[in-house]
Design a protein around this ligand. Structure first.
Ligand SMILES: Nc1ncnc2c1ncn2[C@@H]1O[C@H](COP(=O)(O)OP(=O)(O)OP(=O)(O)O)[C@@H](O)[C@H]1O
Ligand SMILES: [Mg+2]
Length: 160
């Protein structure tokens, strides 16, 4: 599914819509956020983390690699693998310990094996002054969620 995101607010709205399309239990889910520098990955992650109840800052995990958020519904792990150069670095990151959380991963291409256990891939791209997002379900439950998102987006467009 491809969606046009004319401004930053549209990217944030997509995060909220995706959250609505996910099941109540978010533990163990992985969402991959890819796209060029400045394509809107962190904007999306920040909106999703805030929609889950976080009210403070959402710093970029570029240097820390992972920023954890203990939120009422789930523990969120926001990862940015831009500086990761090899899969083995993920071991130091304690990827397996993050299993119980809800993972949002920027620059997942740095560790291709991640995609094997991921649920949803979102690819952001520049589109004129705005951005465009391509969404794909990678797991069965991820594909179901994208199906729900597609139906609500379609209904929203028809109501406009
Ligand atoms: N749909 C949109 N339309 C226009 N501008 C947007 C949109 N989404 C985000 N932006 C803007 O793009 C800029 C970069 O966004 P962001 O930091 O989220 O990108 P990123 O993909 O995380 O980049 P990086 O790879 O450097 O981490 C921000 O100034 C943000 O406001
Ligand atoms: Mg970013």
């Amino acid at each position: 599914m491809t969606l046009e995101l004319p401004d930053e607010a549209a990217t944030a709205r997509l995060a909220v819509s995706l959250l609505d399309a996910l099941p109540a239990e978010l533990a163990g889910w992985t969402i991959l956020l890819s796209g060029d520098l400045g394509a809107g990955k962190s904007t999306f992650a920040r909106a999703l983390i805030r929609a889950l109840g976080h009210s403070g800052a959402v710093p970029s995990p570029t240097y820390t690699l992972v920023e954890p958020y203990e939120l009422p519904r789930v523990c969120v792990y926001h990862l940015d693998l831009y500086r990761v150069t090899g899969e083995e670095e993920l071991r130091y990151l304690g990827w397996n310990e993050l299993d119980s959380g809800f993972r949002l991963v920027e620059w997942p291409d740095r560790a291709p094996s991640l995609a094997q256990s991921a649920d949803i891939a979102i690819e952001f791209a520049y589109s004129g002054e705005g951005r465009r997002a391509g969404l794909e379900g990678l797991s069965e439950r991820g594909a179901e969620a994208i199906g729900r998102l597609r139906r609500t987006e379609k209904a929203n467009q028809e109501n406009q």
